[in-house]
Structure formats: C-alpha cells, structure tokens
Design a protein around this ligand. Structure first.
Ligand code: FAD
Length: 310
C-alpha cells in the first residue's frame, strides 16, 4: 500500500510523484501511458526556462526525473474505479483494468484530458502539420499566415480573437446557424478586421499538399454547396474532454466532467486530490499542470500528517 498514489503520468502526475517522494513517503504512480499529451506534442516553446523542446524529449526528461526518486512507476495501467476510504485517513482503493487493485491513504488524480477531434479526412494526416488544437501553444507558429478556427463556442471564439493578433487572417467556422460564445466575445470578434465568420458551415475535409495543410473544404448547410478556403493552419476548438469518465458517480465533477478542486487541489473526497487538465483549474498548459501537481502532492502530505490511520 502507498501513502500517496498518483493516477496519470503527464506533467501533473510526474510533478506530484516527485514532490511526494521528496517527502520520504511511499509513493506510486500508475499511468495508462507515461507522458500523457506531451508525448503527442511536437515543438514546445512555453515551458519557462526551456526555450525549445520537443514532446518525446520532455517525456524522457520527466521520466528520468521521477526515477531519481524512490517512486513505484506502474506504466500501461489504466484505472477503472475509485473506491473511497470508508473513514477519513483510511485506505482508498483504485481498481485497475487488469483486475489488480492498489491501495493508498491519499490519491492525486491527474488523468488529463483530450481534445475532441472533428473526424474529417485530413485531420489525422496533417496533425502537427498545420492541424492544431492549442492556440496558446501553436498560435505563434502561424505568424502572418492564414488560419481557420473550427468551433464557435467560447473556446473557438477566444482562440479566433487570440490568433487574430498574431496571424494574417482568421476564418471562423461554426456548424450551427449562430455562434454559441458569450455576447461580449462575439462583439469583440466582430470588431476585428482580419476575421471572417462563417455560420452553418460544416467542415468536410482538411486538405494539404507536400505534407502540409493547404486549405479546408466546408459545406454551406443552407445551400448545400461546397467551398474551399486556402490557408496554412486549422485550429480545432470543439471541446477539451477530461479523462474522468471512470470517476463518474464517485467524486464531484463539473458539468464539463472536470474534477472539482479548490485552491489546494482538494476534491469532494477527503484525502483525494487532483491536478492538471482533468480538473476545473483554468487554462490547460504544461507549466500550469506541473505547478498544480506539486500543489496537490503537498496538500496530500499535509493531509497525511494530520490524519492517523483510523
Ligand atoms: P495529460 O498530459 O493529459 O496526462 C494524463 C495522464 O493520465 C497520462 O499519463 C494518461 O495516460 C493518464 N491516464 C488517463 N486516463 C487514465 C486512467 N483511467 N488510468 C490511468 N492513467 C490514465 N501545453 C503547453 O504548455 N505547451 C505546448 O506547447 C502544448 N502543446 C500541446 C500540443 C498538443 C498536440 C496537445 C494535445 C497539448 C498541448 N499542450 C501544450 C497541453 C499540455 O500537453 C497539457 O496541458 C498537459 O499535458 C496536461 O498535463 P496533465 O498531466 O494534466 O495531463
């Protein structure tokens, strides 16, 4: 059994494991795939003090750093169910997909999130070759170029406003006949000269040439006509889905499925903490997840020293 068991091996989980282990308490980390979203990332330019790195390189560095400490790393292990301790300070149980179960007096849940894909031809083929999901991360790569943002909700409209200040031109496409974003964001968007808004526009394909995006095809849902827009980048902004389906019913989640945490990373279950993209923490970024993971581990340590085994 562990004192702290971390579920998820992305930036949040790695950071939590290191902080817990440095307190000299028995620490484990179970992850479906160590590295998380970082393993799928190309260039990273906003990890402070590291001007440039690449996803796989950062994953290797995180893993090496975790291995500096006495942490039980259980990779390729998917958690399926959380059974909370019956008394505060007691052992929580995590059931794994392989049938095994792990016990720990405190948990840090850091199972991250995934960007919802639109599932049109070209999306997978040109991922990281013009197809992007994170404007804070990849916006500057398209400086002066033409991009599309797919999705007219708050995240799509925020992305379009953000990108309009960096890129040459933004085309925003919304499937429905009107944007869903807050009025104040829509007003801001409409005031920008280098933005075109297309509603009732169903993206049907992302096109490319020479291994790079060169445009996007959409169907005008009113006329049924197909149109092609020439551009260099496509930002898909139709939702970030937290990997928390396995926690439904056992812990309080927001209406978006995020684990609800307070400023110390505490969840609705005593002794269970959460960090990173899986939670209600605003802005989903590597540096934020790392800070969040360390905070959750310190909160877990604080919990352990205040609660005896019942
Ligand atoms: P994740 O990285 O999502 O890690 C989650 C971990 O939990 C993984 O190990 C996963 O396998 C595991 N897991 C999930 N479900 C289970 C389960 N049931 N049981 C056990 N383990 C489970 N951010 C930046 O700051 N800069 C960038 O340049 C940048 N570029 C990005 C590019 C792309 C393509 C993507 C997708 C994201 C990018 N981000 C970037 C965002 C950044 O990757 C995330 O904010 C960060 O990885 C979140 O860390 P996390 O530890 O919370 O979750």
């Amino acid at each position: 059994a562990f004192e702290v068991l971390v579920i998820g091996g992305g930036p949040a989980g790695s950071s939590a494991a290191i902080y817990a282990a440095r307190k000299g308490i028995r620490t484990g980390i179970a992850a479906e795939r160590f590295g998380g979203q970082v393993a799928d990332t190309m260039g990273i330019e906003n990890l402070i003090s590291v001007p440039y790195t690449e996803g796989p390189k950062l994953v290797a560095a995180m893993e090496q750093h975790v291995k500096e400490y006495d942490v039980d790393i259980m990779n390729l292990q998917r958690a399926e169910k959380l059974i909370p301790a019956s008394e505060t300070g007691g052992y929580h149980e995590i059931r794994l997909e392989n049938g095994a179960s792990l016990k720990a007096r405190s948990l840090v849940l850091s199972t991250g999130a995934r960007w919802r894909h639109i599932g049109v031809p070209g999306e997978e083929e040109y991922r990281n070759k013009g197809v992007a999901y994170c404007p804070h991360c990849d916006g500057p790569l398209f400086k002066g170029k033409r991009v599309a943002v797919i999705g007219g909700g708050n995240s799509g409209v925020e992305a379009a406003i953000d990108l309009a200040g960096i890129v040459g031109h933004v085309t925003l496409l919304e499937f429905a006949d009107e944007l869903k974003a807050d009025d104040v964001l829509q007003k801001k968007l409409r005031s920008l000269k280098n933005v075109e808004i297309l509603t009732s526009a169903q993206t049907t394909e992302i096109t490319g040439e020479g291994g790079k995006v060169n445009g996007l095809t959409y169907k005008d849902r009113n006329s049924g006509e197909q149109h092609h827009v020439a551009l260099e980048g496509v930002f898909v902004q139709i939702g970030l889905v937290p990997n928390t389906e396995w926690l439904q019913g056992d812990i309080d989640l927001s209406r978006h499925g995020e684990i609800i945490v307070d400023e110390r990373g505490e969840t609705s279950i005593p002794g269970v903490f959460a960090a990173g993209d899986a939670t209600t923490v605003p802005y989903k970024q590597i540096v934020i997840s790392m800070g969040d993971g360390s905070k959750a581990a310190l909160s877990a340590f604080d919990f352990l020293i205040r609660h005896e085994v019942p």
